[in-house]
Design a protein around this ligand. Structure first.
Ligand SMILES: NC(=O)c1ccc[n+]([C@@H]2O[C@H](COP(=O)([O-])OP(=O)(O)OC[C@H]3O[C@@H](n4cnc5c(N)ncnc54)[C@H](OP(=O)(O)O)[C@@H]3O)[C@@H](O)[C@H]2O)c1
Length: 249
C-alpha cells in the first residue's frame, strides 16, 4: 500500500481520488485550504485520510507543512499535484493581472515548491511517482484561455523535463490532461457564478471526477517498469473547433 499526497483534496478530482485511493487501502495526505471540506472527507474516509489545511501559494507555510509530513511519513510514494484553478474567461487584452498572478502562483509556483520539497526524498528512496494535472487547455488554444492554458502547457513540459532529469532512477512522472469535466468547483471558481457554471455543463455528458480518479489510480497502480508520460481525456461530446479566421469588413 502507498502513501499519497493529493493537493486540492477538498473538492472535485482531488476528493474523488482520495475516496478511490483510500478504498484501495492507500493512505492519503489531503491538502487544500477549506478546512471544513477536508474535515468532512476525513469523517467519511477515516484514519487513512489525513487532512491538512494549507494555502499552497504561501510558500513558507507550504514548505513547513511538507517538512512536517515528510518527517511523519518518511516514504511518500506518490505526489498528485492536482490543486489548480482558472480565473476568468476574458481575452488577454481585457484580463485582470491579479487573476493571472493567482493562476501562476497556484498552477505553477505552488506546484514547483511542492515538487521541489518531495522529489529529493523520492530519488533517495529510488521510489516515487509524481502525477500532475494538466488540461486540454494546455494543448489547444481558445479565446479566453490565455494564461490558464499557458500554465497547463508548463505543467506538461515540466513533466517531460523531470523525466529527463530522473533518467536512471525508478521515479515516475505523469501528466493527466482532462477536457470538460463536471461535478467539480472548477467553473464556479472560474466564472464566480454558480448559475453560469451550471450552464457550462448543461445537456452535456461531461467527464466526471470518478473518470479522472480511475485514470490516476490506473496510472499509479501500473507496473513499476511502466511510465505513462501523458494522457489526454475528453468526453465524447467534446471535440475540436476549426481555426478562427477574422475576415476584413
Ligand atoms: N474540471 C475540469 O474541467 C478540469 C479540466 C482539466 C483540468 N482541470 C484541473 O484539475 C485540477 C482540479 O480541478 P477540479 O476540476 O477538481 O476543480 P476544483 O473542484 O475547484 O478543485 C480545485 C482544488 O484545488 C484546491 N486549491 C486551489 N487553490 C489552492 C491553494 N492556493 N492552496 C491549496 N489548495 C488550493 C482547491 O481547494 P481549496 O479551495 O479548498 O483550497 C480544490 O480542492 C485543477 O488543476 C484544474 O486546473 C480541471
Amino acid at each position: 500500500m502507498k502513501t499519497a499526497v493529493i493537493t486540492g483534496a477538498s473538492s472535485g478530482f482531488g476528493a474523488a481520488l482520495a475516496r478511490k485511493l483510500v478504498s484501495e487501502g492507500h493512505t492519503v495526505l489531503g491538502l487544500a485550504r477549506r478546512q471544513d471540506k477536508l474535515d468532512a472527507l476525513a469523517a467519511e474516509l477515516g484514519e487513512r485520510f489525513i487532512p491538512v489545511s494549507v494555502d499552497l501559494t504561501d510558500r513558507a507555510r507550504a514548505e513547513a507543512v511538507l517538512t512536517d509530513l515528510s518527517a511523519r511519513f518518511p516514504a511518500i510514494d506518490v505526489l498528485i499535484n492536482n490543486a489548480g484553478l482558472a480565473l476568468g474567461v476574458d481575452k488577454a487584452q481585457d484580463a485582470k493581472m491579479d487573476q493571472w498572478d493567482t493562476m501562476v502562483a497556484t498552477n505553477i509556483s505552488a506546484l514547483l515548491h511542492i515538487t521541489h520539497a518531495l522529489l529529493p526524498g523520492m530519488v533517495k528512496n529510488n521510489k516515487g511517482h509524481i502525477i500532475n494535472l494538466g488540461s486540454t487547455a494546455g494543448e489547444y488554444a481558445y479565446a479566453g484561455g490565455n494564461v490558464y492554458g499557458a500554465t497547463k502547457a508548463f505543467v506538461h513540459q515540466l513533466g517531460l523535463n523531470l523525466r529527463a532529469d530522473l533518467s536512471g532512477t525508478a521515479v515516475r512522472v505523469s501528466t493527466v490532461a482532462p477536457g470538460l469535466c463536471s461535478g467539480t468547483d472548477f467553473s464556479a471558481v472560474r466564472l464566480g457564478d454558480k448559475d453560469k457554471a451550471a450552464a457550462v455543463y448543461q445537456n452535456v455528458d461531461a467527464l466526471t471526477p470518478d473518470d479522472i480518479a480511475d485514470t490516476i489510480a490506473w496510472i499509479m497502480n501500473a507496473p513499476a517498469h511502466m511510465n505513462v508520460n501523458y494522457i489526454e481525456l475528453m468526453p465524447v461530446a467534446q471535440s475540436f473547433a476549426g481555426l478562427s479566421i477574422h475576415r476584413k469588413a
